[in-house]
Design a protein around this ligand. Structure first.
Ligand code: SF4
Length: 176
């Protein structure tokens, strides 16, 4: 596990910790935030509700794993309205997730990457007309799983906030 956490930091994540998968509570109220559709992606991608599955189905998927890691990318902002800085940090986080996914996949063939925001692997998602083009690479967000990110961070010993003028994106890898 120590090697995995070091590898995550070498790839560029700001922080990483072992993930207690059994302790994760999937909450209907978090999924309701997806249904409120402030991001505009509800019902648009396989990675997002309802296409990613109901909570009981996602719980069954989580139960297939007993080992995982939680990862974070923290970006510095000029101020709390620095939208460009936030987007840059999100882009960096997605790049870190993709890089570590590629690195881990040969060792963990059942690897699942859980990210922040919707899956943007394809410019246009096939939902709902055809199956996902890359089901093994598809990134479902922690929120789409019904995870309350601040709670998962607290449970696993990582801060949710990293101080003023910063933004932090969190994700996890379900390994085996
Ligand atoms: S991999 Fe492509 S088709 Fe699959 S969820 Fe992501 S964007 Fe949609």
């Amino acid at each position: 596990m120590t090697d995995l956490l070091r590898l995550a930091r070498e790839i560029g994540f700001t922080d990483a910790a072992p993930l207690n998968i059994a302790a994760i509570d999937l909450k209907p109220e978090v999924r309701q935030m997806c249904a409120d559709n402030l991001c505009g992606q509800y019902g648009k991608r396989w990675s997002c509700p309802p296409g990613c599955g109901e909570l009981d189905v996602l719980r069954q998927k989580l139960n297939l794993y007993s080992k995982g890691i939680l990862v974070q990318t923290t970006g510095q902002l000029e101020d709390s309205f620095d939208a460009e800085g936030m987007m840059a940090a999100e882009k960096l986080h997605k790049a870190h997730l993709a890089a570590l996914h590629e690195f881990l996949l040969p060792q963990y063939p059942r690897l699942r990457t859980v990210g922040a925001g919707c899956c943007k692997i394809c410019k246009t998602c096939t939902y709902p007309d055809a199956p996902c083009r890359f089901p093994d690479k598809q990134v479902v967000s922690m929120e789409a799983y019904g995870m309350l990110v601040s709670e998962v961070c607290r449970q696993n010993g990582l801060p949710y906030h990293h101080g003023p003028a910063t933004v932090t994106y969190t994700g996890c890898f379900l390994l085996e």
